[in-house]
Design a protein around this ligand. Structure first.
Ligand code: AR6
Length: 170
């Protein structure tokens, strides 16, 4: 799988699936989640509500992923995942890696070939940007998905993009 880093807004990416850094409620929020629902329109929220009324009555657990339509976005699907909140005292990195691994698994189930990821947990959930990039790359570099051939990590803002490039370069 080819991995690329781009600076930009995930809602404008022309890929099969974009990943949303959601919360367990699946009912929207700020950051990437807010932007996706705003630009994608009400069809996304309608499918999220249906998921809450069926498979995910208690919400989507941290580390898991589920797909909906992408509504009016250029992508075909939104894959919602829930990152862990950063903790200085507890190592939650395995849950953060689960977000990437499970999102890729869902993308494969959809037969997607191109997927764009935001830097899950690195905004409102407080994860340090450099380590968030490291965890993302750890999964993306070792993954061997069936249909996904391109993974794009979309970094919001020049500073975040620069840090990600440094981590990628090792
Ligand atoms: N495109 C790409 N990246 C973005 C965009 C965008 N349009 N907007 C923000 N980012 P966050 P989290 C970056 O806060 O930390 C929501 O309320 C941002 O700069 O979106 O997982 C949810 O409902 C940061 O680098 O997600 C949850 O309650 C990264 O995306 C909670 O926030 C992730 O920041 C999830 O927090």
């Amino acid at each position: 799988m080819e991995i690329s880093l781009v600076e930009g807004d995930i809602t404008t990416q022309r890929v099969d699936a974009i990943v949303n850094a959601a919360n367990s409620s699946l009912l929207g929020g700020g950051g990437v989640d807010g932007a996706i629902h705003r630009r994608g329109g009400p069809a996304i929220l309608a499918e999220c509500r249906a998921l809450r009324a069926s498979r995910y009555g208690r919400g989507l657990p941290t580390g898991q992923a589920v797909a909906t339509t992408a509504g009016n976005l250029p992508a075909r699907w939104v894959i919602h995942t829930v990152g862990p909140v950063w903790s200085a005292t507890e190592d939650r990195a395995a849950l953060l890696r689960d977000c990437y691994a499970n999102s890729l698994r869902v993308a494969d189930e959809l037969a997607a070939t191109t997927v764009a990821f935001p830097l899950v947990s690195a905004g409102i959930y407080g994860w340090p940007v450099d380590d968030a990039v490291r965890q993302a790359l750890t999964v993306l570099r070792t993954a061997a998905p069936a249909t996904v051939t391109q993974a794009r990590l979309v970094l919001f803002g020049a500073d975040t993009h620069r840090i990600a490039e440094q981590v990628l370069a090792g």
